[in-house]
Design a binder for this molecule. Structure first.
Ligand code: CA
Length: 227
């Protein structure tokens, strides 16, 4: 799941980005309104966390811009003032929810999860499964043959992507754009390293092997018994 944060206060932005990344989301942070709007329109995010008071164009203008472009990405806005007018304005402009600063991170995370569940307009699956592998999206847990497998946030995001697109060969560029943030350096081998670690945890002690490398093309996850 990809989240865009538009927030100019350096500490708040960094704190939100780090917290959401640790919670397993792929997070991009933009520190001004114009850049935030551009990013929201050129990439596909599952959610935008939008500060209202921004340099350049403010959060309201970003929100209008997103809707004007026909994007229905859910938006959670952050307002510094506990001002009824501000909250009403945001919701009237089509934001999905808001938080008044300062807020506890746990509160933000709870709102984010609720919006994401609502945001997937089709009934969201809570589990992704193949063979004896099960990924629990809400509790963020993975088991294989009933045994708990501990994954890092990145490994979890990688596995989620592979499971959502089972049977499809996913090129590195697609994996990079879905699992790593906009600062991803394509000259490094971080995808290979993460994939190797994931395969060790997922496939080394189990049969059948689920993840395959397709030389020169990318990676695929499929249950060979059903392929
Ligand atoms: Ca601000």
């Amino acid at each position: 799941m990809r989240i865009l944060i538009v927030e100019d206060e350096p500490k708040t932005g960094d704190y939100l980005k780090q917290g959401l990344a640790e919670a397993g989301f792929v997070v991009d942070l933009v520190r001004d309104g114009q850049g935030g709007l551009h990013q929201a329109l050129t990439e596909n995010y599952d959610l935008v966390v939008l500060d209202v008071m921004l340099p350049g164009i403010d959060g309201w203008a970003v929100l209008r811009g997103i809707h004007k472009a026909g994007k229905d990405t859910p938006v959670l806005f952050l307002t510094a003032r506990d001002d009824v007018d501000d909250r009403v304005k945001g919701l009237e402009l089509g934001a999905d929810d808001y938080l008044v600063k300062p807020f506890a991170f746990s509160e933000l995370l709870a709102r984010v999860r609720t919006l994401l569940r609502r945001g997937t307009r089709t009934a969201a699956p809570e589990f992704l499964r193949t063979a004896d592998l099960e990924l629990d999206l809400m509790r963020r847990r993975v088991t294989r043959a009933g045994k708990r497998i501990d994954l890092t946030a990145k490994e979890f995001a990688l596995l989620e992507l592979l499971l959502r697109r089972q049977g499809e060969v996913l090129p590195r560029s697609l994996i990079a754009s879905q699992v790593w943030d906009m600062n991803f350096d394509s000259d490094t081998n971080v995808i290979e390293v993460a994939m190797r670690r994931l395969r060790v945890k997922l496939d080394d002690n189990f049969e059948p092997k689920l993840i395959r490398t397709v030389r020169g093309m990318g990676y695929v996850l499929e249950n060979p018994d059903c392929a």
